[in-house]
Design a protein around this ligand. Structure first.
Ligand code: BG6
Length: 488
């Protein structure tokens, strides 16, 4: 790699997780239920009816997990706080035991020189607020979220430097309100755009509070970014890719960074009568909340063509595992092809004939991460942290208790090489948090779709002892960190 720039000296080599996916202890020490505690109990919603009641029991085993992080040499650990642990009712009384749990975790991380990266919201609004006023569909949620965020800012301002406001707002609004795949289990695109706007305001308000309470910290959203490609160089298709990029990505990112919705998509939504309701003071608030950095969650992008053009390629439908559950808005398509959707006349998604996919239908595209970072640097010009990237795969625990996940090593390595190229290009990248540190609950896919560096010995039916076993990729990443990526 003679011509490549080295990774920066303080590069944050990290790993990531989310509360509901790892903690368990769903009602421990005063925690209230979140919308996920309720949703996963609805029959037929998740693979084999799995839920996060126990998950990988990180709530009780965080010390063991942090010890494994320390042993690996991890520089940063991204986790999320469960709002309903701090405020069981979403608002009102603070549950000190919940705050104490995160304080202990943060102290443990810091004692091992691991930089905590704290996510305020990874999809788990308290059920109490869902019941009280429909959660994110009410503007009341803006103040309640701010109140929650301020409690954390106050308590951890001297211990946590990097904060993520919302995780993948694009994903949880689409899956929750449009595709009826996540809580609150709604399929109404108008409601999606309304809720999404309210979340934008909540994000902005919390960032304003952050400026006041944590002047030396850094905050930004983590966006699920997939670069849009044109199927080919037919100008109509290139235009469709522009539309796709705007509809799938800029729709959120422009608001985060510039406080404004992009015009083409807004007009399209307006024509369909599904544009969000914007009040007079909204723009002022949105524009006063520029983030310090962008968190980028990258798994794959999307390829599109113009709707009007007869596509000469076959749609290359993948043979998917029978238990496949679409968990990604990029893979969702309106069921009724005749229906007017926001995408109508903007673009049609197609498979990319150049890319292979995982067993769950996600394209594997390492160059896409470089394209992603380049596009984001050019358009938004903020420092970035990759806050998620990883491979969901079946892993085999062998009789000698080892896991040879060479495919994961290959996947991660290919992406990390592209990061180095992006840095060499001039992209300002401060860290990389692989998804995930331990195996965890894959929301709808149970425990079989594994992402971790550390295997957790449990499956859908049996929690077993929840033993932690480092995989081959764990030792690989340890070396990457030790050598600061100089020997990929
Ligand atoms: C991201 C989420 O969308 O992708 C994670 O932020 C999630 O929480 C990850 O686990 C992988 O998705 P899945 O559906 O394969 O678990």
């Amino acid at each position: 790699h003679g011509q490549l720039d080295p990774f920066p000296r303080n590069f944050l080599w990290g790993a990531a997780s989310a509360a509901y996916q790892i903690e368990g202890g769903w009602d421990a020490e005063g925690k209230g239920p979140s919308i996920w505690d309720q949703f996963t109990k609805i029959p037929g919603k998740t693979f084999e009816g799995t839920n996060g009641d126990v998950a990988v029991d990180h709530y009780h085993r965080y010390k063991e997990d942090v010890a494994l992080m320390a042993e690996m040499g991890l520089k940063a650990y991204r986790f999320s706080v469960a709002w309903s642990r701090i405020l069981p009712e979403g608002a009102g009384e603070v549950n000190e035991a919940g705050l104490q749990f995160y304080e202990n975790l943060i102290d443990e991380l810091r004692a091992h020189q691991i930089e905590p990266v704290l996510t305020l919201y990874h999809w788990d609004i308290p059920q109490a607020l869902q019941d009280k006023y429909n959660g994110w569909e009410s503007r009341k949620a803006i103040d309640d979220f701010d109140h929650y965020a301020r409690i954390l800012f106050d308590r951890f301002k001297d211990k946590v430097k990097y904060w993520v406001s919302f995780n993948e707002q694009n994903v949880f609004t689409a899956l929750g309100y449009r595709w009826q795949a996540h809580p609150p289990n709604v399929s109404d695109v108008k409601r999606m755009f309304e809720a999404n706007h309210i979340i934008n305001l909540a994000n902005a308000k919390a960032i304003q509070s952050f400026r006041e309470l944590v002047p030396n910290g850094q905050i930004g959203p983590s966006f699920g970014y997939g670069p849009m490609y044109s199927f080919d160089c037919a100008p109509d298709n290139v235009l469709a890719a522009l539309n796709g990029e705007e509809f799938q990505n800029h729709w959120w990112l422009d608001v985060y960074v510039h406080g404004k919705y992009p015009k083409v998509t807004f007009k399209q939504l307006d024509r369909l009568g599904i544009a969000p309701t914007i009040e007079a003071s909204d723009e002022v608030l949105l524009q006063a909340a520029r983030p310090d950095f962008l968190g980028v969650n990258y798994y794959h992008g999307g390829t599109v063509r113009a709707n009007e053009i007869e596509c000469p390629i076959q749609e290359n439908e993948q043979e998917l595992e029978k238990d496949f559950q679409a968990t990604d808005p990029y893979l969702m398509k309106p069921k009724d092809e005749q229906a007017q959707t926001p995408e109508t006349s903007m673009f049609t998604s197609v498979s990319n004939p150049h890319l292979e996919t995982t067993k769950w239908g996600w394209e594997i595209d390492p160059v896409g991460i470089r394209i992603a970072l380049r596009r984001l640097q050019n358009r938004y010009d903020l420092p970035m942290m990759v806050t998620e990237n990883g491979l969901g795969a079946y892993d085999e625990l062998k009789a000698d208790k080892t896991i040879d996940d060479d495919y994961r090593i290959q996947y991660l390595k290919d992406h990390v090489v592209e990061l180095q190229k992006a840095i060499t290009d001039g992209v300002e990248l401060i860290g990389y948090c692989a998804w995930s540190f331990t195996d965890l609950l894959s929301w709808l896919n149970g425990y079989q779709k594994r992402y971790g560096f550390v295997y957790i010995d449990r499956d859908e039916k049996d929690e077993q002892e929840l033993e932690r076993i480092p995989k081959k990729s764990y030792y690989w990443y340890k070396e990457v960190i030790e050598t600061n990526g100089s020997d990929l």
